[in-house]
Write a new protein. Structure first.
Length: 293
């Protein structure tokens, strides 16, 4: 069933992608949403699904010679028979540097992680440490009024600690190739589709990590309110979650508000729908924002 859903999402993205406009006889190009003045709401990547800050939230990049800083706090709760395990992650920083030519460099500093509460076994045991350092590159392909898309790559360095099954780093690098397409719909609605191909790693024994490949398609639907506010509903499938593991499914609902041309804030709630146990008893909330320098 999920293989069919994944294939359908990928096919829909390709079919809906509009053809490039012909340059012959065309007038001067009109700046799209990504290049419009004060376009911080279109550029920001937050909020994202999962523990790390999303690097594939928007097909837009930061304008040349500008810097965008995104920060946030996320608290996840997992309930088991022995009680509740809580994971707090902050500041979820993402630094994005505009290079020009519709491109940007991304730096993700290590996030502080604190897991407390009940010891549920496996990953869910008390621990304090940091997540891996990450670097990325994103390039906007199209920036039109009704359609924007981008490709990106992201690499994480195994710098986090502690490493291993109960830590915050697998102890091996990861690589991700992503494609994001966003479509403007009537009545202030929008939809975006993202395809992630991830060369991942999972701890197999002390000091060793086992590589595996996973595919992450996601869909997000947004609605713009008056007063610079946007409601976002997103769903992401990950298959597999690890070597020999099953499929995961995260859903998120978020509210974003533009405070000024250089500041945007957000609040979100996230829940795991798959696998059925114990992640069905796992949820998270987060707050954050982004500002330009």
């Amino acid at each position: 069933m999920y293989r069919a859903v994944l294939a359908s999402l990928f096919a829909v993205t390709l079919v809906l992608r509009p053809p490039a406009a012909s340059a012959q006889g065309a007038s001067a190009p009109v700046p799209g949403p990504c290049e419009a003045p004060d376009a911080i709401a279109a550029i920001v990547d937050r909020p994202g699904l999962g523990r790390p800050t999303a690097n594939n939230g928007s097909p837009c990049v930061v304008p040349v010679a500008q810097v965008m800083v995104e920060v946030g706090y996320r608290e996840q709760s997992t309930t088991g028979s022995a009680g509740t395990s809580t994971l707090a992650v902050y500041p979820l920083a993402l630094m994005r540097f505009g290079l020009g030519a519709r491109s940007e460099i991304i730096v993700q500093p290590p996030a502080q992680s604190i897991r407390s509460g009940a010891a549920l076994g496996g990953t869910f045991v008390p621990a304090v440490g940091s997540q891996d350092l990450g670097f990325g590159f994103k390039h906007t392909l199209d920036d039109r009024t009704s359609f924007q898309d981008a490709v990106g790559i992201f690499y994480t360095v195994p710098s986090g600690s502690p490493q291993g099954a109960s830590g915050f780093s697998a102890g091996a690098p990861t690589y991700m190739l992503s494609y994001t397409a966003a479509f403007a719909l009537p009545a202030n609605f929008g939809v975006s589709l993202t395809q992630n191909a991830v060369a991942n790693a999972a701890p197999s024994s002390p000091g060793l990590a086992r590589p595996f490949f996973s595919y992450q398609p996601s869909i997000a639907i947004s609605y713009g309110f008056a007063g610079n506010a946007t409601l976002l509903v997103s769903d992401q499938i990950t298959t597999p979650l690890g070597p020999g593991a099953g499929t995961g499914n995260r859903a998120l609902i978020a509210l974003q508000r533009v405070i000024s041309p250089g500041l945007v804030l957000d609040a979100e709630y996230e829940v795991n729908a798959l696998p059925a146990a114990p992640s069905a008893r796992q949820h998270a909330f987060g707050i954050g924002g982004a500002f330009t320098l």
